[in-house]
Design a protein around this ligand. Structure first.
Ligand SMILES: Nc1ncnc2c1ncn2[C@@H]1O[C@H](COP(=O)(O)OP(=O)(O)OP(=O)(O)O)[C@@H](O)[C@H]1O
Length: 246
């Protein structure tokens, strides 16, 4: 379980997250939505331990991470996989070496086992026979898949996605969404997906959390979310309808 207790975050004298309380259950897929600058990425960076809250507590399982040392945080991060907005692959390494990177860095697993896992995870994300290719030979959607294969190589308990469909066309976006759902089911991971794409959020999430100007203004199941009368929530749904009608 992931739990944020009364979390505030300021940069200088600007408070960008106000008193966030949120629980994410094991095996759940939670989409965090919100407009540009609302605080979604800041929330994600707090959950990964890249930045620390100004006040409040962040629990990953039984560990409160906000005051851990970097070495202690690294141990917690071994249970997390991360898929970044721009895939963040190492361009000078083959796809296979990218996926293998964490395994080689953090374990003394025999090379044969590393290769087996690389192949297994690339297959899971629907990529066969690409291990020898370089990232710059791949499309944006394929890079996202490689990034996901790398994130799950360690069999993490939680996978964080930062705008997984940014820069992709609608068809590829749907494919990545399917893959997020498939990964959740295959590995029973907890998934936290930051997105500004309401259609994606509705497709993949069990629950949606909406951040608005640094406040968590709604957290509910996809079905209930549609009926929330708050005009800020409705405005987000309106963008979804407008896109569909266009
Ligand atoms: N390191 C930082 N120093 C100062 N201000 C920051 C820092 N990081 C984020 N902010 C500010 O915090 C606010 C929230 O930013 P954040 O990146 O979390 O928003 P977001 O919802 O992810 O937006 P987007 O969808 O555009 O990525 C913004 O006003 C941003 O300028």
């Amino acid at each position: 379980m992931i739990r944020l207790v009364d979390v505030c975050k300021s940069f200088g004298d600007k408070e960008v997250l106000h008193h966030i309380n949120l629980t994410i259950e094991d095996g759940e897929t939670l989409a965090i939505i919100g407009g540009s600058g609302s605080g979604k990425s800041t929330l994600l960076r707090l959950l990964i331990g890249l930045i620390r809250p100004t006040s409040g507590e962040i629990w990953i399982g039984d560990t409160e991470i906000s005051r851990l040392s970097e070495a202690e945080l690294d141990k917690v991060r071994l249970h997390m996989g991360m898929v970044f907005q721009y895939s963040a692959l190492f361009d000078s390494m083959t796809v296979g070496d990218n996926v293998a990177f964490g395994l080689r860095e953090h374990t003394d697993m025999p090379e044969k086992e590393v290769q087996r896992i690389v192949e297994e995870k690339l297959n899971l994300v629907g990529l066969e026979n690409v291990a020898h290719r370089m990232p710059n030979e791949l499309s944006g959607g394929m890079k996202k898949r490689v990034s996901l294969a790398r994130a799950i190589a360690f069999e993490p308990e939680i996978v964080f996605y930062d705008e997984p469909s940014s820069g992709l066309d609608p068809i590829m976006t749907e494919k990545i969404d399917e893959l997020i759902s498939h990964t959740q089911q295959a590995l029973n991971v907890t998934s936290v997906v930051v997105t500004h794409d309401m259609a994606s959020a509705c497709r993949i999430a069990d629950r949606i959390a909406m951040v608005y100007e640094g406040e968590l203004i709604a957290v509910d199941t996809v079905e209930n979310f549609k009926n929330i009368r708050d005009e800020r929530v409705q405005a987000f749904f309106h963008t979804l309808r407008t896109v569909k009608e266009a």
